[in-house]
Write a protein that binds this ligand. Structure first.
Ligand code: TRP
Length: 336
C-alpha cells in the first residue's frame, strides 16, 4: 500500500474565483479533476489572489470564493483524500511569488499573451499584479512539487513560464523544484460559446445565451442549447473547422453521455438539428441537475464549509512550507 502511495503522481490545478462555473468549466476542467482524483495525489485551489488583478466589490469576491469552494466539493472532489483550499489562506504563495519575481526577466513576462489581451480589455486598470500574475501562478505550482498540471489552452504559455523559472532556479541552486508537465484532457478541453462557437465559452460574455451556468435551471439550459448557433447543412457530423457549432454540441453530448463522435453521427443520421439539440439539452440537464442539488446542500452548510477550508489550508500550508524553507535557504535568507 505504501509503495502504491509513493508512486502516485501529484496533480495540481487552480481555478480563479470569477463567478459561477459554466458547463465549459465543468466539462473542460472539473470533470477531469474528479477523474484524476482517484489515481493521483491531488491539490486543488481557488485562486482568489489572482482574482484581485481586476476590480471587485469585496463582498462579491468573498461570496464568489465561498461559492466556488462549495462547487468544488459538489462536483465530487473529496476534501479528505485531496487537498482543496483557498490560495489566500496559505501565505507561502505570495512569499514564493516575490522570490520568483526576482528570477523572471521583464522581457519574458512581457511576452505573455494573456497580459496583452487583458490589458486591452481592462485599459482603465492595467495594474502590476496583472503583469506578475503568471509568476504567482508559477509559485502556486512550484510550491507543491507538482508532476502534472491540467490547464486549458489559454494557460499553456503560463505553465511554460513556470517550467522555465523552475529550470533556471534549479540551474542556480540545485534541484529545488520539480519541473511540472502540462496535462491536457482528451475530450472537452475546450467547450465553446453557444452563440459564437469560435470563442471559448465564458461567463464574462455579455450575451447570456452564449454560456450555460451550473446554476441555470433546466428550462434555461434547454432554451440556451436549443438556440445555439449551428449551420445550414442540417447534418450532424464532427468537423470543427467547418461546423464549429455542431462540433461543440457534439462535444458536450459526448462528454455527458460517453458516446464517441462516430456513434453520435450514426445516432442522428437522417435527423435534423431540432432532435439533436433536444438530445444534447437532455443529456446536459441529466449531468447538471444532480450537481446543482448537491451544491445547494453544501453551500447552505457554512460551518462545514469553513471547517473544510481550514483543514485544506492546513494541509496545503504544511506542504508549501517545506518548499518555501528550502528556497529561503538557497537564496540566502538568514533563517533563525
Ligand atoms: N490562471 C489560471 C486560470 O485562469 C488559474 C490558476 C492560478 C492556475 N494558479 C494556477 C491553474 C496554478 C493551474 C495551476 O485558469
Amino acid at each position: 500500500m505504501d509503495t502504491m502511495t509513493e508512486q502516485k503522481q501529484r496533480v495540481l490545478s487552480f481555478v480563479q474565483s470569477s463567478g459561477t462555473p459554466t458547463l465549459g468549466n465543468y466539462l473542460g476542467a472539473f470533470r477531469n479533476w474528479r477523474g484524476m482524483a482517484a489515481e493521483n495525489d491531488c491539490i486543488f485551489g481557488v485562486a482568489d489572489l489572482h482574482a484581485l488583478t481586476v476590480r471587485n466589490t469585496p463582498a462579491d469576491l468573498r461570496r464568489r470564493s465561498v461559492e466556488l469552494y462549495a462547487w468544488l466539493l459538489a462536483l465530487g472532489l473529496d476534501p479528505e483524500k485531496n487537498v482543496i483550499f483557498m490560495q489566500s489562506h496559505v501565505p507561502a504563495h505570495a512569499q514564493l511569488a516575490w522570490v520568483l519575481n526576482c528570477y523572471t526577466a521583464f522581457g519574458e513576462a512581457s511576452r505573455m499573451t494573456q497580459f496583452k489581451d487583458k490589458s486591452k480589455q481592462h485599459a482603465d486598470n492595467v495594474n502590476v499584479g496583472l503583469f506578475t500574475y503568471p509568476i504567482l501562478m508559477a509559485a502556486d505550482i512550484l510550491l507543491y512539487q507538482a508532476d502534472k498540471v491540467p490547464v486549458g489552452d489559454d494557460q499553456k504559455q503560463h505553465l511554460e513560464l513556470a517550467r522555465d523559472i523552475a529550470v533556471r532556479f534549479n540551474g542556480l541552486y540545485g534541484d529545488v523544484f520539480k519541473v511540472p508537465e502540462p496535462y491536457i484532457g482528451k475530450k472537452g478541453s475546450r467547450i465553446t460559446s453557444l452563440t459564437d462557437p469560435e470563442k471559448k465559452m465564458s461567463k464574462s460574455d455579455p450575451n447570456e445565451r452564449s454560456f450555460v451556468l451550473l446554476t441555470d435551471d433546466n428550462d434555461r439550459i434547454a432554451k440556451k442549447i436549443k438556440s445555439a448557433v449551428t449551420d445550414s447543412e442540417a447534418l450532424v457530423r464532427y468537423d470543427p473547422a467547418n461546423k464549429p457549432g455542431v462540433a461543440n454540441l457534439m462535444t458536450i453530448y459526448s462528454c455527458c453521455t460517453g458516446k464517441d463522435f462516430d456513434a453520435i453521427e450514426q445516432e442522428f443520421a437522417g435527423h435534423g438539428y431540432g432532435d439533436f439539440k433536444a438530445a444534447v439539452a437532455e443529456a446536459a440537464i441529466a449531468e447538471i441537475e444532480p450537481l446543482r442539488a448537491e451544491y445547494q446542500r453544501i453551500v447552505s452548510d457554512k460551518a462545514t464549509l469553513e471547517q473544510c477550508a481550514k483543514n485544506g489550508a492546513e494541509k496545503a500550508a504544511a506542504l508549501a512550507f517545506k518548499t518555501l524553507r528550502k528556497v529561503m535557504k538557497k537564496v540566502g535568507f538568514w533563517q533563525v
